[in-house]
Design a protein around this ligand. Structure first.
Ligand SMILES: [Zn+2]
Ligand SMILES: [Zn+2]
Length: 332
């Protein structure tokens, strides 16, 4: 069975679980690890069965609990190389790393991974703050002298202290080059957004195609092409243009959100649904709604109106992803 569960969606955290065949992957880890696990259990998903984490881009609402979650479960993280580097700069901002140093670090990590391959990771993570990673970053800054270890720390904790960017395993992918994680085929594609190398995805499992496109300033032709023939479409509907214009954000932030590398408005999402969308999806989920510059009803009405203009699409189920609670799982 194929399952698609949005655990959270919005500027305070994004995360979705996709399972197909024998594989389960977490798309983004934007809540605290504890909250991710709580919501997974609420949705009937066992965190311990996750096989991998895959990341769209390095913004905090997508990576907040990435390291804690990956370490706790001992699972690989899939990034583009540029996103991985940007994430490392965010985690350890005071560490100035040249490209040569970074390569050296990757080599060391790969060697360590190989050496440790036969050792199962313990599930206790002593420095897991069970929350946002910033305090951990501050504590483990590379510029601080290493603390004198009073009790002998566990090897993994020591490693994390030495290198807050340490992950159990890192796998790189490139936009435009499909690959597989277990039984799930992943097609990453470039999206226009103000991050290092942001991507959307089409996932395919057991013949079911699921498109994920949030955090994009507009929908360019390559994204339109990717989002054809999907059975499920998770699409950003971030803000209502009028609410954003009249809202509380400073002008510079409004400009950023409105820009070609910002976020998709209700109006732009509706325009896509009306003019370019092929109507194949059984489910359309509106996502990444702004809490300040949107209302669920405005997003829903804009999309409904767009879909209703096309009578053949009345059977589509339109859903809204929420920031505060998981959306009921969609099963295929
Ligand atoms: Zn976001
Ligand atoms: Zn973003």
């Amino acid at each position: 069975m194929v399952r698609f569960t949005v655990l959270a969606s919005g500027s305070k955290g994004n995360s979705t679980v996709i399972s197909g065949g024998r594989t389960r992957i977490l798309v983004d880890a934007g809540l605290s690890c504890r909250e991710l696990f709580r919501r997974m259990k609420l949705a009937g998903e066992d965190p311990q069965t996750l096989d991998a984490i895959i990341i769209t881009h390095e913004h905090q609402d997508h990576v907040n609990a990435l390291s804690v979650t990956a370490r706790k479960l001992g699972i690989p993280v899939y990034f583009t190389e540029a996103t991985h580097r940007a994430w490392m700069r965010w985690i350890a901002p005071r560490r100035q790393m040249t490209y040569a140093q970074w390569l050296e670090q990757c080599r060391k990590q790969a060697a360590e991974r190989q050496a440790k391959a036969e050792l199962p990771s313990s599930d206790a993570d002593p420095d897991d703050p069970e929350g946002p990673p910033e305090p951990q970053v501050a504590e483990t800054s590379a510029s601080e002298p290493p603390p004198t270890p009073a009790p002998e720390p566990a090897p993994k904790a020591k490693k994390v202290k030495e290198d807050p960017t340490w992950l159990p395993a890192v796998e790189y992918f490139q936009a435009g080059q499909p690959f597989e994680i277990g039984d799930i085929q992943v097609s990453p594609f470039t999206i226009p957004h103000d991050a290092s190398d942001p991507v959307g995805f089409v996932f395919r499992a057991e013949g079911v195609r699921m498109g994920v496109a949030t955090d994009l300033g507009y929908i360019p032709p390559n994204v339109k092409a990717q989002l054809t023939g999907v059975d499920l479409l998770l699409l950003e509907s971030n803000h209502d243009l009028e609410m954003l214009r009249d809202g509380p954000y400073p002008w510079s932030v409004k400009q950023r959100v409105l820009s070609r590398v910002g976020h998709l408005s209700n109006e732009a999402a509706a325009r896509f649904l009306q003019d370019d969308y092929d109507g194949q999806a059984a489910f359309v989920i509106l996502a990444h709604l702004s809490e300040n510059n949107n209302l669920p009803e405005l997003a829903r009405v804009a999309a409904e109106r767009a879909l209703n203009e096309r009578a053949s699409l009345l059977a589509n189920r339109l859903l809204l992803a929420d920031q505060r609670e998981p959306l009921s799982s969609i099963n295929f």
